[in-house]
Design a protein around this ligand. Structure first.
Ligand code: GUN
Length: 293
């Protein structure tokens, strides 16, 4: 069994990015600039955004955190997005999701200039990805593809089962795995809450990507010996032994599943750090594409 170490892979990629940025700056160019909009004070979103800002520092990027209270209006958010779209010194920006219920998430995403949509959520970027054209790819699936590539996980002709159909992970993951590319070229099955026979389907999988948000969902009896298991779950579960009172738990029963696998990602330290790393890669790309030097 090989443990896929997302933490060290991400650290290595960030060091490569930092080196490139150092050179850009030494040549008199602007460092990449990522802005993040955070609405409200949800604990998970606060942590994610803080980690994104920290990663910008590690890569030598400039970052701006723009905060709004939970009761911000949709119009005010759209106004801020317009400002960021028009600011030549902002190469890319994200609006941390989920947003409060009174705000139309899709309207917000569509308002982002697709050339600054480093989350890859805009319909134009989603469309480009689905037909294999260049653009920004959603960070979590992009990070998983990078892990599969760097660890040499065989994918061609393999049966990949994606658990979950979210716009951020499940759908783009299935699209990338089926793409005529390396990694890629998989036969893909997507399972979701209305799939009656998930256990049976998982048992046929060479690769399982679990992105349901259901702690410990994938159990030992669902995994074929020699499979690759990628765990996207990051649910906070109570843990009295921790100072915080909680710990992160993945969608996979790691303790019992790991020994059956050829490759497996841990939680934490697997997919999570790679997600942020992909956002940094996208921001560097946005900087290079930005005509404002
Ligand atoms: N919420 C959960 N994951 C993400 C992400 O990758 N980007 C944004 N903007 N919000 C998220």
């Amino acid at each position: 069994m090989t443990l896929i170490d997302g933490k060290s892979t991400a650290a290595q990629i960030k060091a490569e990015i930092a080196e490139e940025v150092k050179e850009m700056v030494a040549n008199g160019q602007r460092a990449p600039h990522l802005a993040a909009i955070l609405v409200g004070h949800d604990g998970g979103s606060e942590t994610y955004v803080a980690n994104k800002v920290k990663a910008c520092g590690e890569c030598g990027f400039k970052s701006s955190l723009i905060r709004f209270e939970e009761d911000v209006t949709e119009d005010r958010l759209l106004e801020e997005i317009k400002r960021l779209n028009e600011d030549p010194e902002v190469d890319g920006f994200i609006v941390q999701l989920p947003l409060p219920r009174h705000i139309d998430e899709q309207k917000i995403i569509r308002a982002i200039d697709e050339s600054k949509d480093v989350d890859g959520f805009h319909p134009i970027n989603v469309g480009n990805m689905s037909i294999g054209l260049p653009g920004f790819v959603s960070a979590t699936p992009a990070g998983i593809m990078e892990l599969l590539r760097r660890y040499g996980v065989p994918t061609k002709g393999k049966h990949a089962v994606v658990l979950g159909r979210s716009n951020i992970v499940g759908k783009p993951m299935a699209t990338l795995l089926m793409q005529k590319s390396d990694p890629g070229n998989c036969t893909v099955t997507v399972c979701h809450s209305a799939t009656p026979n998930i256990k049976e389907i998982c048992r046929e999988a060479d690769i399982i990507v679990a992105a349901l948000g259901s702690p410990g969902f994938v159990t030992e009896d669902m995994v074929k010996p020699g499979a690759t298991v990628i765990d996207v779950g990051t649910t906070r579960v109570a843990d009295a032994s921790r100072k915080s009172g909680w710990r992160l738990r993945g969608d996979v029963d790691f303790e019992n599943v790991a020994e059956k696998c050829d490759f497996i990602t841990p939680v934490p330290g697997g997919v999570g750090p790679m997600t942020i790393c992909s956002l940094m890669i996208n921001t560097l790309k946005a900087r290079k594409n930005n005509p404002y030097k």
